[in-house]
Ligand binder design. Structure first.
Ligand SMILES: Nc1ncnc2c1ncn2[C@@H]1O[C@H](COP(=O)(O)OP(=O)(O)O)[C@@H](O)[C@H]1O
Ligand SMILES: [Mg+2]
Length: 307
């Protein structure tokens, strides 16, 4: 019994983060439906709206004005993240609403970010799904890197593909620059490599690793390479209307492997479904999408694969 209790206390939720540079590609819709399917597989799930600039998960869930939000936690009106959770109409799904009213939160202090990450890892749930905001601020990248499953959402549009690539690139640079934070010379190299016109003539992560090997030695390079390979993002192409669209994931995979040394996996796609648009416009919870929806079925498959 004692052992069993210890096991329970030590247990912490598995975190899935949903990011991708561009706004409007469906990060929030996908976060909600992944969380929904997790609950249908018997997992106690908490969905957190971390889009601190444009929180809208509650709207997608048909909740007009959230009784409490992440802001109550950041401003210490409520002491624990657990207290900020609200129940939803979906069994086993709780929600932490974002703080869209406080724009300054889109760039919270480092201390707030660390506090949020710490509390997330202690939440009483099997799974936590983080819906991240657009852009590649350090906050977004750090929440993304903190997750076990790192999901990048894009659409088949060329601009969205470019944004997704640049998102992954920023994730990689953020990861290695954090690793190098205790080593100023390495840190300086990485910083300079981020500038396209750097003197080292480093254009890609591959070039950077070569430069690191030349200047800092093989061991340092191998460590960085291992850390980069461990990132393994999952790419989802959303709003797909034809078979050709599905190749978008392949493009990201090829360029990420070639230039970033990152190996994205699960190149899945989610169909465009006009019902989703209609539901969002009329504030009908998208968790009530019917079995007839291809997008709904696609997300069931993706959830199964991620599990
Ligand atoms: N698979 C889809 N099919 C049809 N419309 C979609 C789909 N996914 C998202 N949308 C539409 O795109 C809009 C933006 O999605 P959202 O999840 O809010 O994007 P993001 O969080 O990336 O900014 C939604 O309001 C919805 O109407
Ligand atoms: Mg969103």
């Amino acid at each position: 019994m004692e052992e069993e209790r210890k096991l329970q206390i030590d247990a912490h939720p598995q975190i899935w983060a949903v990011g991708g540079g561009k706004g409007g590609v469906g990060k929030s819709v996908i976060s909600v439906l992944l969380a929904f399917w997790l609950t249908r597989m018997g997992k106690r799930t908490i969905l957190i709206d971390l889009d601190l600039g444009g929180a809208n998960i509650h709207t997608l869930m048909g909740i007009k004005s959230p009784p409490k939000t992440l802001n109550d936690f950041v401003t210490r009106r409520l002491d624990s993240l657990e207290e900020v959770c609200i129940e939803t109409d979906v069994e086993n799904l709780r929600l932490i609403c974002g703080a869209s009213d406080i724009l300054t939160l889109s760039n919270p202090h480092v201390a707030h970010k660390i506090k949020i990450i710490n509390h997330v890892s202690k939440l009483d749930a099997d799974y936590v799904v983080l819906d991240l905001g657009a852009g590649t601020s350090f906050n977004v990248l750090d929440f993304f890197l903190a997750a076990e499953k790192k999901i990048v959402v894009m659409t088949p549009q060329p601009t969205a593909i470019q944004n997704a690539y640049s998102f992954v690139r920023n994730v990689v640079y953020r990861r290695i620059s954090r690793l190098a934070s205790q080593q100023p010379p390495l840190q300086a190299m990485i910083k300079s490599a981020m500038d396209e016109n750097n003197e080292l003539r480093v254009r890609t992560i591959r070039d950077l690793l070569q430069a690191v090997e030349d200047i800092r030695g093989n061991e340092v390079m191998e460590t960085l390479r291992g850390e980069i390979e461990a990132i393994r993002p999952t790419v989802i192409t959303n709003m797909v209307t034809n078979n050709n669209d599905k190749n978008a994931g392949r493009v990201i995979q090829l360029v990420s492997e070639k230039y970033l040394m990152v190996h994205p996996r699960n190149l899945d796609s989610v169909a465009y479904d006009k019902q989703i648009n209609q539901m969002v416009s009329s504030m009908v919870p998208i968790t009530t999408l019917g079995q007839s929806s291809d997008a709904f079925a696609n997300l069931y498959d993706i959830t199964m694969k991620l599990l």
